[in-house]
Design a protein around this ligand. Structure first.
Ligand code: ADP
Ligand code: TYD
Length: 210
């Protein structure tokens, strides 16, 4: 299937909600259909992404404004270097986290959520589809417990619970909230059906315009 324009698909949700799993399943399914897709993640592997990781956001060593600044610098670079070029090549771009993560995470640290959205939408292209995988913080943390060496503190649970709440409050016609406790394959089938439908509708709209 050939695309008439680039399509930006975003996965969001708290840590352990199943984003990376769904990105991999979607890329695989698109490849099987012969649809050209690429994937990126934020924070990225760029200098800003590395700096974010080095300073260990979770450990709380940065002020919320500094965190915000680093995530946005990282995103600007990702937009320019990766997203824009791939979208103009009419590819499907699958993204593991985007500015909705900034709204949810830095919003949970007191930064105004609507301001974050507005500032990001000045430079970041709007997504065609955003899948927000919803699990509670207990399940998310349990799923990633092997990734973390340190103990999970109460504060972290409380913080993630606010992050989850913020994700649930992000609404829009392109934003789809999905129960992330369902089996991965069930979630994937639903997502794949929506992606295929979206591409079909988009292609026929653009055809009608030409
Ligand atoms: P994220 O990228 O959101 O942090 P991952 O996709 O890495 O989450 O998933 C975290 C863990 O949970 C992995 O071990 C993965 O195999 C598992 N997992 C992912 N999706 C599901 C699901 N729907 N049901 C059960 N376990 C899942
Ligand atoms: P990520 O690499 O996705 O973590 P993981 O490998 O555990 O899935 O992201 C690292 C952390 O950064 C994650 O806890 C979410 C947070 N984050 C923000 O706080 N704001 C942002 O804008 C983004 C993109 C991520």
């Amino acid at each position: 299937m050939r695309l008439k324009k680039g399509v930006l698909i975003v996965f969001e949700g708290i840590d352990g909600s199943g984003k990376s799993t769904q990105v991999a399943l979607l890329l695989d399914a698109l490849a099987k259909k012969g649809i050209s897709a690429v994937s990126f993640r934020e924070p990225s592997d760029s200098r800003w992404g590395k700096e974010i990781k080095k300073k260990a956001v979770e450990a709380g060593s940065l002020r919320p404004e500094e965190e915000l600044n680093l995530f946005q610098r990282d995103r600007k670079e990702n937009v320019e270097k990766n997203l824009m070029p791939s979208l103009s090549e009419k590819k499907i771009v699958v993204l593991d986290r985007y500015y909705y993560s900034t709204m949810a995470y830095q919003g949970a640290k007191g930064i105004n959520i609507e301001d974050i959205r507005k500032n990001n939408e000045k430079f970041a292209p709007l997504a065609d589809l955003v899948f927000v995988l919803d699990v509670d913080e207990k399940l998310g943390l349990k799923r990633i417990s092997n990734r973390k060496v340190k103990d999970i503190h109460f504060e972290e649970k409380k913080y993630l619970s606010q992050v989850r709440e913020n994700f649930l409050n992000i609404k829009g016609k392109n934003i789809i909230h999905i129960d992330g406790t369902q089996p991965a394959e069930v979630i994937h089938k639903r997502i794949m059906a929506m992606v295929t439908e979206y591409i079909k509708t988009q292609n026929s709209k653009l055809k009608a315009q030409n």
